[in-house]
Design a protein around this ligand. Structure first.
Ligand code: ADP
Length: 399
């Protein structure tokens, strides 16, 4: 089957056309600046990137351009649209309503809309992508794969906040967690690669990218994860602050004479390693370069990021009463040798040690701990698009 995987944001749309038999992407691309001006970057497998600058007033136009590119005579990868068997959509927030992937129908759309207050920037944008596909490719099944679904196995002890209970009942205020597709794919892959017993395994997945989260996966099920009701909670991220004392919000609003929305914008877009580094960058490659040139704030940002990740890992070892494997994934986790080393250095007391040579790896599946390490540490590149394509095929075949 050929599955079009779509990750639709408010002004961008990432896509991959995946052949489910080979599990390879036939083409990947992104539409940027939708509603502003419009640019399509399209790369057929093994070919050169094509850049098309063309007006994209809305997502429907953007998807039409993607489909045109996929079926183009020179840089396309299919003859015509009838070759697309299904579309898999990344949907950000499924609340408590969606505990697994679903074939999208009107009722599902209503359910996703009901969850929109929990992710006002993401869910409506995701649905625009769904509706555009329904309009352009009638009869082609659309599947929704939720960022939150894999985390729905958490128990109340992990998902309840220290707030009045009625806020949970009335307003659904609780921990949901995100990056679920990645945590699911990577923890499953770890169980396979390390031949762990799926029913008796303890895996910690560190998804460290621009957005970062860590999850504790016991017997294949999430028991805790660091992101919360929104993707703001937990680790220090590229530009997001992660955990802070909530009083800081009030304090900054008063001190800077800013509205709540303005303060939240600062916590979302101007904080994290970008903020700590004094605005050097949210990108770890830039931070590494600045730190090497003696920039102390950039160095501090990397240290805070690593320390905070180590603290979460430590707490999850306690939450699961042990750990069999710690896995690094996503941009930073897959590629940043120094950050992995800094994080794992905190666990020397537990007998966990990295093999310095093995840890020189970037972006491939590899054990990076020493043979005598008490816990296996691995790099496993995430592949959220493939995971979405697999879920899509499974549901469409069932239907
Ligand atoms: P997102 O949350 O946007 O999906 P990614 O998982 O792509 O983020 O991670 C982006 C981060 O990964 C950036 O900080 C970037 O510096 C880092 N990164 C990506 N590729 C490399 C690389 N080859 N070497 C070092 N760091 C990298």
């Amino acid at each position: 089957m050929k599955v079009l995987v779509i990750n639709c944001g408010s002004s961008s749309l990432k896509y991959q056309l995946i052949d489910s038999d080979t599990e390879k992407a036939l083409a990947v691309g992104v539409c940027e600046r939708i509603g502003i001006d419009g640019r399509l970057n399209h790369t057929p497998a093994g070919g050169d990137k094509i850049v098309i600058d063309k007006e994209m007033p809305d997502h429907e136009v953007a998807i039409r351009m993607v489909l045109d590119a996929l079926a183009d005579d020179s840089y396309g990868v299919i003859k015509d649209l009838s070759e697309i068997d299904a579309v898999g959509h990344r949907l950000v927030h499924g609340g408590e309503k969606f505990t697994e992937s679903v074939i999208i129908d009107d009722e599902v759309i209503r359910g996703v809309e009901e969850c929109s207050p929990l992710a006002p920037l993401h869910n409506p944008a995701n649905l625009i992508g769904v509706r555009a596909c329904q309009a352009i490719m009638p009869g082609v099944p659309n599947v929704g794969v939720f960022d939150t679904a894999f985390h729905q196995t958490m128990e109340p002890v992990a998902y309840m906040y220290g707030l009045p209970y009625s806020y949970y009942e009335d307003f659904k205020v609780r921990r949901y967690g995100f990056h679920g597709t990645s945590h699911s794919y990577v923890s499953g892959r770890a169980i396979d690669l390390l031949s762990l017993n799926p029913g008796n395994s303890k895996v910690i997945v560190c998804h460290l990218g621009n957005g970062s989260s860590i999850s504790a996966v016991k017997n294949g099920k999430v028991v805790d994860t660091s992101m919360g009701m929104t993707p703001m909670e937990g680790l220090v991220m590229g530009t997001r602050c992660g955990d802070i004392d909530p009083t800081i919000v009030e304090y900054l609003a008063h001190t800077l004479d800013k509205s709540l929305e303005e303060v939240m914008q600062i916590l979302n877009k101007e904080s994290g390693v970008f903020g700590i580094s004094g605005g050097v960058s949210s990108d770890f490659r830039d931070l590494d370069a600045a730190a090497r040139q003696g920039n102390k704030k950039a160095e501090l940002a990397i240290d805070v990021f690593s320390y905070r990740a180590a603290k979460v890992i430590g707490s999850y070892i306690a939450a699961m009463n042990g750990v069999d494997a710690i896995i690094f994934t996503a941009g930073v986790g897959e590629n940043n040798i120094e950050v992995r080393q800094k994080i794992m250095d905190y666990f020397g007391y537990m007998g966990i040690s990295l093999d310095k040579q093995a840890n020189q790896v970037r972006g491939e599946e590899k054990v990076i701990s020493t043979l005598d390490s008490a816990v296996t540490v691995m790099v496993i590149p995430t592949n959220e698009e493939l995971a979405i394509a697999r879920e899509t095929v499974a549901l469409v075949k069932q239907d």
